[in-house]
Design a protein around this ligand. Structure first.
Ligand SMILES: NC(=O)c1ccc[n+]([C@@H]2O[C@H](COP(=O)([O-])OP(=O)(O)OC[C@H]3O[C@@H](n4cnc5c(N)ncnc54)[C@H](O)[C@@H]3O)[C@@H](O)[C@H]2O)c1
Length: 298
């Protein structure tokens, strides 16, 4: 019997795309799935599709940026299924790619609140529910290849995805004694509607200056949007990503990669850091530090 069977997973942004694919793959393993999403129409479709597959599913309309709605999400899951074993922090938005000086602060706030604070609120609300029953469980955070390397014109998105990788590394160590396995999913392009994220942008994050950019900025933005749309549409099938998550979580992997052809991306980053360390080793200024014992982080 699957290690997941009869257990319950909460998946944010589970109405479509990667979140839905993870829900389906975990449901096929015999898990009950609780989908939280800001999009009522897509949630209804997701519920119907999974129910037809024989998967036990509950949907909750919620916005990950609101801690109170996370509490309600957890409470609804407990009420229906009794316990929670897995949290999938998946909801995310792409933001609007563009040069630093042209990126609206409200857009930064939107991307940070959904992609970063959404994960923080999720951990706050749901980890205690997993700890409570003492049986252990899983937390899967959805980052990106953008969590492995800086991407030009995508500062906000990259900031959030690097943060999600960092939080996952921290929480992996912190939650091991509670038998909660933490993994972080880092895909490159996957065929979803991520490039159309503004469809669900809350009104409070909408710019007051929308539509007032110069012709040049507007042309640059549409060229970037066209490129994003092309690469996302040529990306991996979400179902394959869902199945890969099951495979990697069973193997207790911290980093879940779906694009082995991108291996050079983290390799180049680590190589650059290693070379920078070698230069620090060679610096006369630091000669005394070189042979000192490292202090422990905790
Ligand atoms: N598609 C890719 O190429 C790709 C690559 C790397 C990482 N990712 C990450 O995968 C995750 C899922 O994205 P996707 O590609 O499936 O995109 P998607 O747009 O298809 O799905 C995102 C889901 O999140 C929901 N959502 C958005 N804002 C929300 C909010 N405030 N509260 C609750 N739900 C909200 C949307 O309604 C949607 O159902 C994101 O974290 C994204 O950054 C995607």
């Amino acid at each position: 019997m699957s290690t997941f069977a009869g257990k319950t997973a909460l998946i944010s942004g589970g109405a479509e795309g990667i979140g839905f694919a993870i829900a389906k793959a975990m449901g096929q393993q015999g898990m009950n799935v609780v989908l939280g999403d800001i999009d009522a129409g897509q949630l209804a479709k997701a519920e119907e599709t999974l129910t037809q597959e024989g998967i036990e599913v509950l949907t909750v309309l919620m916005d990950v940026t609101d801690p109170a709605q996370w509490q309600q999400f957890g409470a609804a899951a407990l009420e229906r299924f009794g316990k929670v074993h897995m949290l999938v922090n998946n909801a995310g938005v792409g933001g609007t790619p563009g040069p630093i000086e042209k990126t609206d602060v409200k857009d930064w706030a939107w991307v940070l609140d959904v992609n970063l604070m959404g994960v923080v609120h999720g951990a706050h609300a749901i980890v205690p529910l997993i700890k409570e029953h003492g049986e252990g469980g899983w937390m899967i955070n959805v980052a990106s290849m953008a969590g492995m390397t800086g991407i030009p014109y995508a500062g906000a998105y990259t900031a959030t995805k690097m943060a999600v990788v960092g939080m996952s590394e921290s929480w992996r160590l912190e939650l091991a004694p509670a038998n909660i396995e933490v993994s972080v999913l880092c895909p490159a392009f996957v065929r979803t509607r991520i490039n159309l994220s503004t469809r669900n942008k809350q009104s409070s994050y909408k710019s007051d200056n929308a539509g007032s950019e110069s012709k040049e900025t507007s042309a640059q933005n549409s060229a970037m949007a066209k490129h994003m749309s092309d690469v996302v549409n040529a990306g991996l099938a979400p179902d394959l990503v869902g199945q890969r998550v099951v495979e990697a979580v069973k193997a207790k992997e911290l980093y879940i990669f779906t694009h082995p052809n991108y291996r050079s991306v983290p390799q180049n980053r680590f190589k650059a850091m290693d070379e920078a360390f070698a230069r620090a080793e060679g610096s006369e200024l630091l000669a005394d530090v070189l042979h000192q014992e490292m202090d422990r982080f905790i």
